[in-house]
Design a protein. Structure first.
Length: 126
């Protein structure tokens, strides 16, 4: 683990490890690391205390996310989303929190409450 609290002085934190069988990439956002965990899905790691990172959960959306190569995080209004590149199932959008499901959504770093984000598909009018 690398503590980058002070970007001009990063430091190695010995012994701070969260094991993943197939981690492929990660995205840091405030006090969380979102890990593209390959066949294990999206890993959500609390890194608020760099000396003791904690795997809060793995999210696979019931097996719909199973070949995670990359993850990016974005905000829309008061909701946070993970855009997950899944090699078998394509782009998956995961809502990490919103005002309707997380009373702490206005905080600095709300605890993620991931759920599938169903997107409407345009129908052909032919």
């Amino acid at each position: 683990m690398l503590d980058v609290t002070s970007l001009d002085r990063p430091r190695v934190v010995r012994g701070a490890l969260v094991p993943f069988a197939d981690a492929r990439n990660l995205y840091l956002a405030r006090t969380y690391a979102f890990v593209a965990g390959g066949r294990d899905g999206l890993g959500i790691v609390n890194v608020e205390r760099p000396e003791t990172p904690v795997l809060e959960r793995m999210f696979t959306d019931g097996g719909k996310i199973g070949d995670t190569n990359d993850v990016k995080i974005g905000m829309t209004n008061a909701s946070q989303f993970a855009y997950v590149a899944d090699g078998r199932n394509g782009l998956q959008v995961v809502q990490l929190f919103s005002p309707s499901d997380n009373p702490n959504y206005l905080g600095f770093s709300p605890t993620p409450t991931p759920r599938s984000c169903s997107c409407a598909r345009a129908r052909s009018t032919k």
